[in-house]
Design a protein around this ligand. Structure first.
Ligand code: PRP
Length: 218
């Protein structure tokens, strides 16, 4: 049995057509189901639907053989004990800092004291710590689990670090994208032991997925 862990949400929406092009079809409609494990048209392939960070945990423990996860999760959680196989080119977005329009004005006019510590709200604590350290900015990082855009509005933080896709969520909350941190897309990731023990089966699958990716980008 091959177990593939998928990241739910917008990544899942882009993943399913890719899997379909690679010949893997879930036996029921994942989007309208509350189930977390799905059989497929291939008797020896099943799918799990999880949060990105949990996808990595399942793969690290070998409970899932491979999976689909955002590069943001790999940057945050590290890629130890995993193979990052290739870029699927889906769910593309950017990791950015963002702040209120008023702060953007102050930055433009260089009216912020350059030595002062700032407060940054994010679910990407490790990425944010590395980024601000590289910039030589002293930042106190506040961990949130979602709805980061609220933090500057409510005065919890000066800035956020978050994913920006269309930019609509920032705009709707009176925030502006500020500094670019990284381009993000989803990656195919595999458990190291599985790649040895189930080499032939996984190679067959990864070849089919790679072909679907190049077909999609052609
Ligand atoms: C992400 C991110 C932003 C939003 C950006 O949240 O945290 O809130 O999408 O997208 P946009 O630029 O197109 O508006 P998501 O909806 O994935 O939910 P999450 O907060 O649970 O991660």
């Amino acid at each position: 049995m091959i177990t593939i862990a998928l990241t739910k949400g917008r990544i899942l929406k882009d993943t399913l057509p890719l899997l379909s092009a690679a010949g893997i079809e879930p036996e029921e409609d994942i989007a309208s189901s509350r189930k977390l494990v799905f059989a497929t048209n291939q008797a020896d392939v099943r799918l799990l639907v999880l949060r990105g960070v949990d996808v990595l945990t399942y793969i690290r423990h070998g409970t899932a053989d491979m999976g689909v996860v955002g590069k943001d999760m790999l940057m945050e959680d590290g890629a130890s004990q995993l193979y990052e196989l290739f870029d699927l080119g889906i769910a593309r977005c950017r990791l950015m800092t963002a702040y209120k329009k008023e702060r953007a004005q102050l930055v433009k006019q260089s009216k912020l004291a350059s030595q002062s510590r700032i407060k940054v709200a994010t679910k990407y604590v490790n990425i944010a710590q590395r980024y601000y350290a590289e910039q030589g900015v002293q930042a106190d990082i506040i961990k949130l689990y979602g709805g980061m855009e609220l933090a500057p509005i409510m005065g919890l933080a000066d800035e956020i670090v978050d994913i920006v896709d269309t930019g609509k969520t920032l705009l709707a909350n009176g925030l502006e994208p500020a500094n670019f941190i990284a381009d993000i897309s989803s990656r195919l990731v595999a458990n190291k032991a599985s790649m040895k023990v189930k080499h032939a089966e996984l190679k067959h699958l990864t070849d089919a997925i790679a072909a679907a990716v190049s077909q999609q980008s052609a």
